[in-house]
Design a protein around this ligand. Sequence first.
Ligand SMILES: Nc1nc2c(ncn2[C@@H]2O[C@H](COP(=O)(O)OP(=O)(O)OP(=O)(O)O)[C@@H](O)[C@H]2O)c(=O)[nH]1
Length: 582
Amino acid sequence: MMKLRHKNKKPGEVSKGHKKISWPYPQPAKQNGKKATSKVPSAPHFVHPNDHANREAELKKKWVEEMREKQQAAREQERQKRRTIESYCQDVLRRQEEFEHKEEVLQELNMFPQLDDEATRKAYYKEFRKVVEYSDVILEVLDARDPLGCRCFQMEEAVLRAQGNKKLVLVLNKIDLVPKEVVEKWLDYLRNELPTVAFKASTQHQVKNLNRCSVPVGQASESLLKSKACFGAENLMRVLGNYCRLGEVRTHIRVGVVGLPNVGKSSLINSLKRSRACSVGAVPGITKFMQEVYLDKFIRLLDAPGIVPGPNSEVGTILRNCVHVQKLADPVTPVETILQRCNLEEISNYYGVSGFQTTEHFLTAVAHRLGKKKKGGLYSQEQAAKAVLADWVSGKISFYIPPPATHTLPTHLSAEIVKEMTEVFDIEDTEQANEDTMECLATGESDELLGDTDPLEMEIKLLHSPMTKIADAIENKTTVYKIGDLTGYCTNPNRHQMGWAKRNVDHRPKSNSMVDVCSVDRRSVLQRIMETDPLQQGQALASALKNKKKMQKRADKIASKLSDSMMSALDLSGNADDGVGD
Ligand SMILES: Nc1nc2c(ncn2[C@@H]2O[C@H](COP(=O)(O)OP(=O)(O)OP(=O)(O)O)[C@@H](O)[C@H]2O)c(=O)[nH]1
């Protein structure tokens, strides 16, 4: 029944007991209780349903805004009622304090005009301050290609002035991009001021098991030097370990890693941690916030965003990769400086262009080579300049600055400070360690590598391994080989059966030769582990064991293949027995 009654209701009728809901916005006016009707009823007026909905939505929005304003006014009125003189004074004082603090920060920021974006500058500087505040030791990372250019004296001053007697250590990173003699000269120069450690961060892209080479740096072959493994980590750990052991009881320390953008701060942390704990990239400003990384029980590392001591537009700042290359308004001027500073022949060879007279000619030729065109098909000098700058900052164009002939102590460092830092970090120990690092880079003794190795290093390792010698012996038909007491020769070698990849380097014996095969000597690795910082021994041991297992697995695989080959070669199979029987 109800349904029926409802159905019969005319549109617009309101049932009893129900109030008609009306919008606060104006309804069509009624005339004498009747709805106003159009004066020309005969003319049909079609209103599109969308127009009606839009108008309703507009009116609704207006009403909501009005209501909000009314509410705000009411709240403000209420607040004014409650406000006393006392609270008013407190509010004024608080605001004044806030203002003074902001002024202070801005004044300090002017010392570090880092990025054009004021907010970013402020945020990065705040993070740097935090790192200095929380750290006991600060590692200032310098690019070995231009260490003085990367040094930030204001930053060092800020560290030395900070409360808590903070210690400073310089880390000469990217030593692989500079000749060994230049690195040595820089080490001598910088050691007159602060303890300095030579370093080459791992440039591997993997997440875990970053390679670390414990071989000294100075004797590394060209290929090993260009490998992606890290060098100098043990020296650095030793320096930090010395500081931990200063008192009777070993202390926990926080180590802040600071420096200009892109000098390799995050790469250094990752290399010490041996995993990708921090983001790394060839563009500046990858690190934006302070990040804490637990190295071991005693040492925590703090990664800081890079800060720049100079205006962004300066060519020097641009060439130090402190500014994002792609965002540069004028990339041509820095390229002009590059051409003045670098070996033109080398650059010409690298880009395959020659005979250029001006920077513009050079850039047009490079744009032509790289196919960098702008709208209209013209070659773009800007794009070519950005490509050259990108190569420059990533170290593809070789460049370095030798140290000044004479040394003068910077004003913020005194003889007492130098003496104190030297004693605290046991500088003699550090110097010895640096020499080791230099030797390690030069020797090419990659069998000293601990942990997982990359293909290049594995290649070098395999070249010297006894198993390789056997494989080579088998390949040479007349080679006599000896495994323990067993002596034999191979007449039917099948290298491909054994699954050995062909190597470029030919070091196979050309004549009959005897290859002595003894078990791989692991003594030196253990000895080395014993010599490392006790803090690192656990990690080094675990890494060595893992490596040993891997090598063992590989050796087993090779041995089983080898024994198969030998069985057939020496004819010790069933056929041979038959022969003997006959
Ligand atoms: N050849 C070489 N390249 C390195 C070395 N250390 C770092 N790099 C490279 O330098 C670039 C910058 O490294 P990052 O570790 O991101 O530098 P960062 O100082 O943390 O940079 P920001 O986060 O911008 O402050 C990366 O492309 C690294 O691969 C090194 O020892 N040798």
